[in-house]
Design a protein around this ligand. Structure first.
Ligand SMILES: [Zn+2]
Ligand SMILES: [Zn+2]
Length: 351
């Protein structure tokens, strides 16, 4: 490795990483992911190099691997729920000290000068770049991050526990904000994986009545254990009319039932980056009475900081299933099957 302004001694020049070869079904005959050896990336000016300790497995990684999202960077390494230790800083980079534990999220970079960035909506920046899609992510032993887009990880959290907070947690928090849940109100969560089970804890801790809609029996039982008021199938009627709802599953077919379950004036927030087509809606049943239908795009850094502070204070503990680094493809197949308690997290380096 070339000489860096600041680096721990004896950094290796090569590392192990997963990369997307040709996007396609993760459970099909041609595996879209390959486990390879490649050079350790060099931090550019303004970037920090991190030795990865843990990386969460997110539904979006599945979309990148299977081609639901277009290829933005050939042979990209997926992964954007990264917890790691700072091992080098590029030129003019000083925010983090060597050895500090930081988190790297989905939002890798925004331009800072467009009208969205200048009005506090950098999540809508048309020039934004994403970790594990536009740029190599955390299914690797080392990864770089622009220092302004990383977070300090609260000490309370083990690295494996902290990883799902960085996308599942932050996006769930933004969706929760977008869903406009009134104080003490009723919230429906559709799909109950990594993001929903963290959002459920945030809501229940604030006295909100949570109702869960998901196909998985284990996921339903898990939601009830966390304190949800009810759990039922994804297409079931709600036992009570809901003030707000968040859709975490990428299934457009679920939307009409979600809107029908809303009370007058209620809000449905669609949290996914990818959604299959929504069937035609009936105005009276689904939208009239001032129902609101909105989506959620990524997050701002302010969402991230606010969420991590809240997660620390409320001691939000994501349920995790640690997975060996070598089995990332297996973890993605588990995510695809969907009946999961909490989140798969790859253990990559020694903590
Ligand atoms: Zn911008
Ligand atoms: Zn994600």
């Amino acid at each position: 490795m070339a000489k860096l302004p600041e680096a721990v001694p004896n950094l290796p020049s090569n590392m192990r990483a997963w990369q997307v070869t040709t996007p396609g079904p993760i459970d099909g005959p041609h595996a879209p992911l390959a486990f390879v050896t490649k050079p350790v990336p060099q931090p550019q000016p303004g970037e920090t190099l991190v030795r990865v300790l843990a990386c969460g497995v997110c539904h979006t990684d599945l979309h990148v691997s299977e081609g639901d999202l277009p290829v933005h960077h050939a042979h990209v390494t997926p992964g954007h729920e990264i917890v790691g230790e700072v091992v080098a800083n590029g030129a003019q980079t000083s925010r983090f000290k060597l050895g500090e534990r930081i988190g790297i999220p989905w939002l890798r970079w925004t331009c800072g000068v467009c009208r969205y960035c200048r009005s506090g909506r950098e999540n809508l920046c048309p020039h934004s770049l994403y970790t594990g899609w536009d740029h190599d992510g955390g299914y690797a032993e080392y990864v770089t991050v622009p220092e302004g887009f990383a977070y300090r990880i609260p000490e309370r959290f083990a690295s494996v526990t902290a990883a799902p907070l960085l996308c599942a947690g932050i996006i769930g928090y933004r969706a929760f904000e977008r869903a406009n849940v009134p104080a003490g109100g009723r919230l429906g969560l559709y799909g109950f994986g990594g993001s929903a089970h963290i959002t459920a804890q945030i809501a229940i801790d604030q006295g909100i009545e949570v109702h869960i809609f998901t196909r998985g029996q284990d996921a339903q039982a898990f939601g009830l254990k966390l304190g949800a008021a009810s759990a039922q199938g994804a297409y079931d009627p709600s036992p009570v009319k809901l003030d707000s709802a968040i859709m975490f599953a990428p299934v457009g077919d679920m939307v009409p039932n979600e809107l029908a379950n809303l009370d007058k004036g209620g809000t449905l927030a669609l949290a996914g980056i990818h959604l299959s087509d929504i069937p035609s809606l009936n105005y009276q049943d689904h939208l009239f009475h001032e129902k609101n239908l909105t989506s959620v795009e990524s997050n701002t850094r302010r969402d991230g900081e606010a969420f991590l502070t809240l997660a620390d204070r409320l001691n939000i503990q994501p349920a995790t299933t640690p997975v060996a680094f070598e089995h990332a493809d297996e973890a993605l197949r588990t995510v695809k099957r969907g009946d999961l308690q909490g989140a798969c997290v790859l253990r990559i380096g020694e903590d």
